[in-house]
Design a protein around this ligand. Structure first.
Ligand SMILES: Cc1cc2nc3c(=O)[nH]c(=O)nc-3n(C[C@H](O)[C@H](O)[C@H](O)COP(=O)(O)OP(=O)(O)OC[C@H]3O[C@@H](n4cnc5c(N)ncnc54)[C@H](O)[C@@H]3O)c2cc1C
Length: 389
């Protein structure tokens, strides 16, 4: 086989180490977790203990101080190995919010324990049922009473709460009617989930198409100590936006991992499955879609590397991060479709993993940001077209 999938790059040592770890969690492991609608605890523990989830935490707080490029390779490899990095990716980018905007005391309090695997910061609560993508309209309100913020409101689709210790919460702290710009007047807090659940915070799981633990959340008088406010009150939306480039690029890398997995799986099956006396992959109708999916994955990967390089050099990379997410999510979804088609009926059988990965990768067309919103970002910010909403 001439083409190595993924193509060799500068991160082979990380790839090999993560591959070795992932090899302990084979297809059967992921099938069982999926069938039980469970959380891959043993895998997450292993990844944490090996230090990979602390890749981007600076060494002074106990992490490895690696860049976005290296972190993205970790998540890509998890998905390329047939796993689902959706179970862990939150920690990589949520931690960045604390790192960039938290006080020194907050960073000392949380980051070393996150790096050591004693605490999980897997959740971030932004989306609300009645506002959707229009975050500035969110209605969850936090009001300062003495030295505590009291929260009322509701969130939806908040992932991994039941497998996290901490959650970052975005809430309005100044009513919309009192701010000059709708992006002002929101704040972010770090919420200790063990203290919050059952004391003003209720969590209801949402059954969904993917095995992805996600929830409705209700706040009714939840009290958060003032010291848990991250950064300045009123600037929370800006802080969240600040973390999006890393989030978009990491998700892009997961999609790249998926896309290569689908390409690999497709080519293997197309070579081995014999119908009408020849491998199905000998038919152009079968091989061209696989080739096309592979080409699109390689192209998306270039944009992912461009985003990583700019981000790690401290350069603006909003356009590249968004375009990488767009291209990679599209490539992985197309590769998934091709893989299912290549497998014919067997693609629908759980034991082939194709239908599971197909469901998993479909999510990235919608979350954490939908494809249309990326197109709208590119239209407005890169092409100078009028804002459409
Ligand atoms: C499994 C899962 C896990 C999630 N985890 C989290 C989480 O941990 N934390 C969190 O805060 N959120 C989470 N989300 C929410 C996710 O970020 C949102 O679903 C996503 O941002 C889209 O918002 P929405 O569902 O409200 O869609 P809407 O905003 O209602 O949009 C619906 C459709 O309309 C389109 N649309 C809307 N406005 C426009 C426009 N102006 N122009 C063109 N098209 C438009 C959108 O592209 C979309 O296709 C999760 C979602 C899922 C499904």
């Amino acid at each position: 086989m001439k083409t190595q999938i993924p193509s060799p790059d500068a991160y082979q040592e990380i790839r090999e180490a993560v591959r070795d770890l992932c090899a302990r969690f084979d297809a059967r492991y992921w099938q069982e977790v999926d069938a039980a609608a469970g959380y891959p605890e043993a895998f997450v523990d292993a990844l944490t203990q090996a230090g990979w989830l602390a890749a981007m935490i600076p060494a002074e707080y106990g992490g490895s101080g690696l860049g976005l490029a290296e972190a993205s390779v970790v998540l890509e490899e998890v998905n390329f190995a047939g796993g689902n990095a959706g179970s862990v990716h939150g920690q990589m980018y949520n931690m960045g919010t604390l790192l960039r905007h938290g006080s020194e005391a907050q960073k000392r309090k949380y980051l070393p324990d996150i790096a050591a695997g004693k605490l999980r910061l897997q959740s971030m609560a932004v989306t609300e049922p009645t506002t959707g993508t229009d975050t500035t309209q969110l209605k969850t309100m936090a009001v300062l009473k003495g030295d505590r913020w009291v929260v009322q409101g509701q969130k939806v689709w908040i992932s991994r709460i039941q497998h996290s210790d901490l959650m970052i919460l975005l809430a309005r702290t100044t009513p919309l009617s009192e701010v000059q710009r709708r992006s002002e007047g929101m704040s972010i807090f770090v919420v200790d989930l063990h203290e919050a659940i059952g004391r003003g915070m209720e969590v209801r799981p949402i059954r969904n198409m993917v095995n992805h633990e996600t929830n409705e959340v209700f706040f009714d008088g939840l009290e958060i100590p003032h010291e848990n406010l991250i950064g300045e009150a009123g600037r929370g939306f800006k802080y969240i936006l600040d973390g999006l480039n890393a989030e978009r690029t990491l998700i892009a890398a997961e999609c790249i991992g998926d896309a290569y997995w689908f390409a690999n799986k497709s080519r293997a099956y197309a070579n081995e499955r014999v119908v009408f006396g020849r491998p199905i992959g000998q038919n152009q109708g079968v091989q061209f879609p696989i080739a096309e999916a592979f080409i699109e994955t390689e192209a998306a990967n270039l944009m992912r590397w461009k985003a990583c390089t700019l981000f790690d050099a401290g350069q603006p990379c909003g356009g590249e991060a968004n375009m990488a997410k767009y291209l990679a999510a599209k490539a992985s979804w197309e590769a998934a479709n091709v893989c299912l088609q290549t497998h014919g009926g067997f693609g629908f059988a759980h034991e082939y993993d194709v239908e599971r990965k197909f469901r998993e990768t479909r999510l990235y067309q919608v979350a954490p940001i939908s494809t249309n919103l990326i197109l709208s970002y590119v239209a407005e910010h890169l092409l100078g077209l009028p804002r459409s909403f």
